[in-house]
Design a protein around this ligand. Structure first.
Ligand SMILES: NC(=O)c1ccc[n+]([C@@H]2O[C@H](COP(=O)([O-])OP(=O)(O)OC[C@H]3O[C@@H](n4cnc5c(N)ncnc54)[C@H](O)[C@@H]3O)[C@@H](O)[C@H]2O)c1
Length: 222
């Protein structure tokens, strides 16, 4: 059973306490948390050995990677079975320890935060930053497109969780939610498509038009 509810430790703990009352003892319980401690979520369970992290990436039907996270109490056999199950789905599991943000979200935090800083300092607008990373840097999505897809509220919760877990290490300092909101306002149009101006190194401009992409950001950047 894989949980994917709001990124909030007490809420997830409560859910699993309730679930344990209704599932059999041999049911493997997994969380899709992006950043919370798997050990902490399992802390109140009667059988914490059957608990494991299975962190999918958005959009889950397209992205093969799944982080298989062993908490302090996770039974190694449970982690092995979870890994094999993920592999059987044709996905690409990687094992990792229960450290804040695991692998990808930890590495991604400075990527998002630095992009917001670049924008806040007026170096470039979000569209240009996305275009530079996507079309010149070879990333599939720019940092603003990607955090729109994740959901600015979910992304902020993950950033705060990683920051808190590292005892407010300045390296992980969250940018304010209002900064993300300003990014939404700064977009020329929801779903604006970016076209790189060929021949002009680093130059990019926003081509207005299209719809859809960014709608989630509008809904969420609150
Ligand atoms: N958004 C992403 O890109 C992404 C990627 C990987 C993992 N995750 C993780 O997946 C989880 C969900 O993320 P999301 O983006 O879908 O969040 P979301 O806010 O879009 O959705 C969370 C859902 O959980 C529901 N919910 C809240 N409390 C609940 C409860 N007690 N019982 C049942 N349902 C409850 C909410 O009503 C909402 O529908 C989080 O742990 C997040 O970190 C998100």
């Amino acid at each position: 059973m894989i949980e994917a509810i709001v990124e909030d430790l007490p809420v997830k703990q409560r859910l699993f306490a309730d679930l344990e009352e209704i599932v059999g003892d041999d049911t493997v319980l997994a969380t899709n948390t992006s950043s919370l401690s798997v050990t902490a979520i399992a802390g109140g369970l009667r059988l914490p050995g059957r608990f494991v992290g299975l962190h999918f990436f958005n959009p889950a039907p397209l992205l093969p990677l799944v982080e298989v996270v062993s908490g302090f109490a996770t039974d190694p056999d449970v982690a092995t079975r979870a890994y094999a199950t993920v592999e059987g789905w044709g996905k690409t599991p990687v094992r990792c320890a229960d450290t804040p943000g695991f692998i990808v979200n930890r590495v991604a935090r400075p990527f998002y935060a630095e992009a917001l800083r670049v924008y806040e300092e007026g170096a470039a607008d979000p569209a240009t930053i996305d275009a530079a990373l996507r079309e010149c840097g070879g990333f599939r999505m720019g940092p603003f497109e990607l955090t729109d897809l994740i959901g600015q509220d979910v992304n902020e919760a993950v950033t705060r969780s990683v920051w808190d877990s590292f005892h407010q290490d300045p390296k992980f300092t969250p940018r304010s939610r209002s900064a993300a909101r300003r990014v939404g306002a700064a977009r020329p149009q929801v779903g604006a498509r970016l076209v790189l101006v060929r021949g002009g190194r680093g130059a990019a401009r926003a081509a207005h038009g299209g719809a859809g992409r960014g709608a989630r950001a509008d809904r969420r950047a609150r």
